[in-house]
Ligand binder design. Structure first.
Ligand SMILES: [Zn+2]
Length: 103
């Protein structure tokens, strides 16, 4: 049951594809981080306790002959560090991954 889509070349390092679809001529590629944990930006503690999920849509990417849209399944985590003031934090990604949306 292998997909014939050659989407792997579009996927940022550290992410895995978990779904693909064609929607109105646009190829949707849903990706999520390969890691199960994320670091709290305040205290640096690693957490695997997911609080919630949300989707971040990246700008459409140019691909020969077809529009492609990357959708990231991003997560919010609980920080369990007792002395940390941040109870919930949003997963961060490398700047180049989300670069198209930041100017
Ligand atoms: Zn923390």
């Amino acid at each position: 049951m292998g997909h014939s889509l050659r989407s792997s070349t579009l996927v940022p390092r550290g992410f895995v594809v978990y779904n693909t679809a064609i929607d109105d001529g646009v190829m949707l590629i849903a990706i999520r981080p390969a890691s199960t944990a994320s670091l709290c930006p305040v205290c640096g503690t690693s957490s695997e306790r997911i609080h919630s999920r949300y989707q971040r849509r990246l700008a459409d990417l140019p691909l020969v002959g077809k529009p492609v849209r990357l959708v990231i399944d991003a997560r919010r985590f609980h920080c369990d560090a007792v002395l940390c003031g941040r109870r919930i934090f949003t997963e961060r990604f490398d700047g180049d991954v989300l670069a198209p949306s930041s100017r």
